[in-house]
Every structure is written in structure tokens, then in C-alpha cells.
Design a protein around this ligand. Structure first.
Ligand code: F6P
Length: 330
């Protein structure tokens, strides 16, 4: 086991970027501490507010958002931040190079049941062309210079990419540091495990319905093997399982609410997770196009997500190619 050097010098990662990542980790250690204190910290439960997404804000959502935002802006290395919990971008140092988009506490409905949650971040650079406010963040996932998540589970883990593979670190509470525990994370190409919220089945488009039906048919169906299902309802922990032991994770578009066909956010969830998954050898798509190639049109945009083991994602996408039907995500 090595002591943490979040991004090794040999990776040629700029020092300021390393400092931004380290700042996120300092905030994560504090969030981890408060989560582990549970009810003792007095930060469980909901506030009376809703975020821009119309979701009830948990007290820890607010605390985590405030912590990450303030700490990042105090570094003077960040030009602007965009958070799932903020209506607008928050400007920092006009001369700084980095933009950070983050979901401070993903899967926050899990907080009150003492289950896993996570922080997701995506780091971009100020675009070369003149841009202001929200426009700064309207860059494709391919423009990300780093992305990662912190999983607050039985142990607190950091999974990080700067575009040169994926490393995983575990927080050692005794020394207060993240220690490198996996040097090169790779997702197995094939799998027998899927993660999807099955209660939405009847609302999915035909290709996803047909694909899942074939997984459920197991050895008696055309896939001729049995599949297992897992759903933690926190993207960080569901994707972490996929990264750890293979799998396919999907939150596809559905027709429950025609004004909101997709659930997951492009900038705060889909893009950073796609960067990690691709860097680990996996694949990430909306069903129709590669997630990281999408040109965002607004910062809180939502998108359909299918990601994980490369071959399994390809199999799923073959249903989208062969079954004609109207796109639910427009
Ligand atoms: O976007 C928030 C989120 O909690 C994700 O982390 C998770 O994958 C998803 O929503 C769970 O959604 P549902 O409650 O519909 O299963």
C-alpha cells in the first residue's frame, strides 16, 4: 500500500490541478466525518427547501455543497463552480484556469437509512473562446481534465482519473489521508449483473424493455445465462460495484413525466462517471450516442445513461439499433 500522492508526478498533471483535487479531498474528509457521526452530528433529515431539480434538499446536501463550494473558491485556483444544488454557477477568481462541476451528495435519500452515498466531481478548463457564467460549463465530457467520485460506504474511497487510467484510494481515518489501494482499475468486458430501477420497467422505451426481458429470461432465453440484479439507488455505489466486479448500470429515459424523461444530470453525474468508466475500459452511452460527445445546452441538463462492461453495453445498444421506436428523450 502506498501513501497518497493523488496524482503521480509522472502523470504530468499540472500542480494547480493537483491542488484543486486535494481541496476536494479535504472537503470529502469532513463530509465523511459528518456522515459517520450520523444522528450525532445533527445533520440528518430534510430541509423545507427544494433544489433547482425540484428535489427535497437533505441537510447534508446543503452542508456538503457549502463546504465544497467555499473551499474550492478559497483556493483562488478555480474560475467558477457549478453544483447540482445551485441554480446558477458561482464565480471565483477571474484569472484562474479551472471550472469544477459537482454533485455534493449523490444518492442523498440513502443518508437517512445509513446507506452509501457519494460526491461526484468533474474538472474542466476555462474555454479558449469568450464565455461567461453558465456558458463556461457547456463543454463536452471529452473536455474534462479530471473526474472522480468519493464513495462514503463502509470505507470512504476516492476513484479518480486524469485521463491516464483510473486509480482508487481508501481513506485511512487514523492518518487522515487517502491511500492508493488500486493502481489500475479496469472493468471486465463481460458480465452477468445489471443495475436498473425495475419499478420503471413499464415506462421505458421498447429497446430497453426488450433487452431487460432477455436478461430476465436467463438460461432459458436467448442470452443463455442467468443474470443477477443489484440497485443501491445511489449512482456512485452502483457504478462503483460495476467498476469493482463488472456489470451494466442504466438509468434510461422513461415516459413517467413527459417534461422530465431522464433523471441523471449530464454535467454532475453522467459525464464524470462516463470519463471514469471509459478510462477503465468500459463504455457509456445514452442508447443512441456516446455520452461524452454530447454538447450540453444547459448546466442542469438530464440525460439517459447506460454504462459499464464494454461487451454488455454493446449488446444493450444493439437493441437500440435494431428496434425502431420514438426516442423518449427527444
Ligand atoms: O440522481 C440521484 C440518484 O440518487 C442517483 O444517484 C441514483 O442512481 C438515482 O437517483 C436513483 O433513482 P431512483 O430513486 O429513481 O431509483
Amino acid at each position: 500500500m502506498q501513501r497518497l500522492i493523488p496524482v503521480l508526478n509522472s502523470d504530468h498533471v499540472p500542480l494547480h490541478l493537483i491542488s484543486v483535487i486535494n481541496t476536494l479531498l479535504t472537503a470529502a474528509k469532513e463530509i465523511s466525518h459528518r456522515l459517520h457521526q450520523g444522528s450525532l452530528a445533527g445533520t440528518l433529515g430534510s430541509t423545507l427547501d427544494e433544489n433547482i431539480q425540484g428535489e427535497t434538499q437533505k441537510k447534508l446536501d446543503i452542508v456538503s455543497n457549502q463546504l465544497i463550494k467555499t473551499m474550492l473558491l478559497e483556493t483562488n485556483l478555480v474560475h467558477a463552480v457549478a453544483s447540482e444544488e445551485e441554480d446558477d454557477v458561482v464565480m471565483g477568481n477571474p484569472d484562474a484556469r479551472y471550472l469544477v462541476a459537482f454533485d455534493p451528495l449523490d444518492g442523498s435519500s440513502n443518508i437517512d437509512i445509513n446507506s452509501s452515498v457519494g460526491t461526484i466531481f468533474s474538472i474542466l478548463e476555462k474555454p479558449k473562446h469568450p464565455a461567461e457564467g453558465k456558458e463556461l460549463f457547456l463543454q463536452t465530457g471529452d473536455e474534462q481534465v479530471a473526474a472522480g467520485y468519493i464513495l462514503y460506504g463502509p470505507s470512504t474511497m476516492l476513484v479518480l482519473t486524469t485521463g491516464q487510467g483510473v486509480r482508487a484510494y481508501t481513506l485511512d481515518h487514523r492518518v487522515g489521508e487517502f491511500l492508493l489501494t488500486v493502481d489500475k482499475l479496469t472493468i471486465p468486458e463481460e458480465t452477468q449483473e445489471f443495475a436498473i430501477n425495475m419499478s420503471n420497467q413499464r415506462f421505458w422505451a421498447k429497446p430497453m424493455q426488450a433487452y431487460i426481458q432477455d436478461l430476465l429470461a436467463g438460461t432459458e432465453g436467448k442470452r443463455q445465462k442467468n443474470f443477477n440484479m443489484r440497485w443501491n439507488a445511489a449512482m456512485v455505489s452502483d457504478v462503483h460495484r460495476v467498476l469493482s466486479r463488472s456489470g451494466i448500470f442504466a438509468y434510461p429515459a422513461d415516459c413517467r413525466d413527459e417534461n422530465k424523461p431522464c433523471k441523471l444530470r449530464l454535467l454532475y453525474e453522467a459525464n464524470p462517471m462516463s470519463f471514469i468508466v471509459e478510462q477503465a475500459g468500459g463504455k457509456a452511452s445514452t442508447g443512441y450516442e456516446r455520452i461524452m460527445s454530447l454538447q450540453p445546452t444547459e448546466i442542469h441538463q438530464r440525460v439517459s445513461v447506460i454504462m459499464g462492461s464494454r461487451q454488455e453495453v454493446n449488446t444493450c445498444l444493439s437493441y437500440y439499433k435494431s428496434i425502431e421506436c420514438e426516442r423518449l428523450d427527444g
